[in-house]
Design a protein around this ligand. Structure first.
Ligand SMILES: *Cc1c(COP(=O)(O)O)cnc(C)c1O
Length: 368
C-alpha cells in the first residue's frame, strides 16, 4: 500500500483523538479472568431500566422490520408537553452526543471559533475538531466554568459556545443569575448550547432549568438525554430544544432515522414513569452522602458535585490507583485526559456498590 489513508482525512479529523469510554465490564472480565465486577465509570443509572420501559420495548419488538418514525412524532409530542414548547422546537438525537455533533456540523466550519471550558465534557472538543473549527478553551475557576471569561473571548468568528450544567467530569454548576448574565453578554448571532445531561439529579431548590430562558434568548439551545436519570444509556436517545429556525437547520443535517424505534418507545414510556426518575435522584442523594462520608474517613477530598458522580482528588498521580482498583474488580474513570491527572471520577452506585468501592479504595491506599 503506497497511500497513507490517514493523510487523506480532513485537517480537522487528522488532529482528532478518539473519545475514551469507560471500560466495559466484559473487557475487564476477559483481561483479568475475574467476575463480580462493578462499573462506576460511565455515570449510568444503577437502578436498571424501568419495568414500564421494558414492557413498552417488548410491545414494539414485532415491528423491528419497519423503519422507525423518522420524525419521532409521538416522542416529540410528549416532550413538547413536558417542557411547554412547540414540537417544531425539538431535534431528536441518537443520544445527546448526536445532537451536539449535528449542531457542530450545522453551524461551525474551518473559519469558526467554538468556545468551551477547561475540564468540560470531551465531546465539545471532538465536535469542534471534527469540523475543523478552532477550539477556544477557557480556563476553569475552582474546576467550574468561568462564564465571565467565556463571554469575554467571543469574537466575530465565534459561532458556538458549549456549556454543561452540571458539568461532567467535575460535577460543577452555575446559578440562574450567572447564566442569565452570560446570555445577556453574548451576542445573539452566537449560539449557546446548554448541555443539561444531569439536570434531573440537580434537585436543589432554585437550580436553573435552561428551558425557561428559551423564549427570551433565541440563540439558546438546551440539550437533554435519556442516558442518565432515565436509565436508557444503551438505547441512545437525546434531544435539543431551541428556536424553531435552529431546529429546522438541525433537522436538515440530522440523519433520517437517527433514533431507533425501541429508543423512541422507551423514551416515551420513560417520560411517563416519573416515580423512576424521582427514585433515581433519591438513591443518588443517599449514595452521594455515603460516598462523601467514606471519602472523608479516608482523608480524601473531592469536587462538590450536583451530578451522579464525584471527582475525587487522590492527592497523587491517579493512574496507578485506577489500575489497582481494576485488579479488585472496580471500574472507575481516570480523567487525566480532562486535565485532571490526580482525580478519579466515580459514579454513584447502589449502596452495595458504593460500599464495595470504598472498601477497595481503602485497601488500595493501604497497599500503596
Ligand atoms: C453523559 C453525558 C451526555 C449524554 O450523552 P448521550 O449521548 O445522551 O448518552 C451528554 N453530556 C454530558 C456532559 C454527559 O456527561
Amino acid at each position: 500500500m503506497s497511500i497513507d489513508f490517514g493523510k487523506l482525512a480532513t485537517a480537522g479529523v487528522q488532529g482528532l483523538q478518539p473519545y475514551v469510554p469507560g471500560k466495559p465490564v466484559e473487557e475487564l472480565e476477559r483481561e483479568l479472568g475475574i467476575s463480580d465486577i462493578i462499573k462506576l465509570a460511565s455515570n449510568e443509572n444503577p437502578l436498571g431500566p424501568s419495568p414500564k420501559v421494558l414492557a413498552a420495548i417488548q410491545r414494539a419488538l414485532p415491528e423491528l422490520t419497519r423503519y422507525p418514525d423518522g420524525n419521532g412524532f409521538r416522542l416529540k409530542q410528549a416532550l413538547a408537553r413536558k417542557h411547554g414548547v412547540d414540537p417544531a422546537q425539538i431535534t431528536l438525537g441518537n443520544g445527546s452526543n448526536d445532537v451536539l455533533d449535528i449542531i457542530g456540523r450545522a453551524f461551525a466550519d474551518e473559519r469558526a471559533e467554538v468556545i468551551f471550558s477547561e475540564h468540560a465534557f470531551a465531546v465539545y472538543g471532538i465536535v469542534t475538531q471534527a469540523v475543523g473549527a478552532r477550539a477556544v478553551e477557557v480556563k476553569a475557576v475552582n474546576y467550574g466554568h468561568d462564564l465571565n471569561a467565556m463571554a469575554a473571548v467571543v469574537t466575530d468568528a465565534t459561532r458556538l459556545i458549549f456549556l454543561a450544567n452540571p458539568n461532567n467530569p467535575t460535577g460543577t454548576w452555575f446559578s440562574a443569575d450567572e447564566l442569565e448574565a452570560f446570555l445577556k453578554a453574548v451576542p445573539e448571532r452566537v449560539l449557546v448550547v446548554l448541555d443539561e445531561a444531569y439536570i434531573e439529579y440537580a434537585t436543589e431548590e432554585g437550580f436553573v432549568d435552561g428551558m425557561t430562558y428559551l423564549p427570551r434568548f433565541p440563540n439558546l439551545i438546551v440539550s437533554r438525554t435519556f442516558s442518565k436519570a432515565y436509565g436508557l444509556a444503551a438505547l441512545r436517545v437525546g434531544y435539543a430544544v431551541s428556536h424553531p429556525q435552529v431546529a429546522d437547520v438541525l433537522n436538515r443535517v440530522r440523519q433520517p432515522f437517527n433514533v431507533n424505534s425501541l429508543g423512541l418507545v422507551a423514551a416515551e414510556a420513560a417520560l411517563e414513569d416519573e416515580d423512576y426518575v424521582r427514585e433515581a435522584a433519591s438513591l443518588n442523594r443517599r449514595g452521594m452522602a455515603q460516598l462523601e462520608a467514606g471519602l472523608k474517613q479516608l482523608g480524601l477530598s473531592w469536587i462538590p458535585s450536583l451530578g451522579n458522580f464525584l471527582c475525587v482528588d487522590m492527592g497523587c498521580e491517579a493512574a496507578p490507583l485506577f489500575q489497582a482498583l481494576l485488579r479488585k474488580g472496580v471500574i472507575v474513570r481516570p480523567v487525566a485526559n480532562y486535565g485532571l491527572p490526580r482525580h478519579l471520577r466515580v459514579t454513584i452506585g447502589t449502596e452495595r456498590e458504593n460500599e464495595r468501592f470504598l472498601k477497595a479504595l481503602a485497601d488500595v491506599l493501604n497497599e500503596g
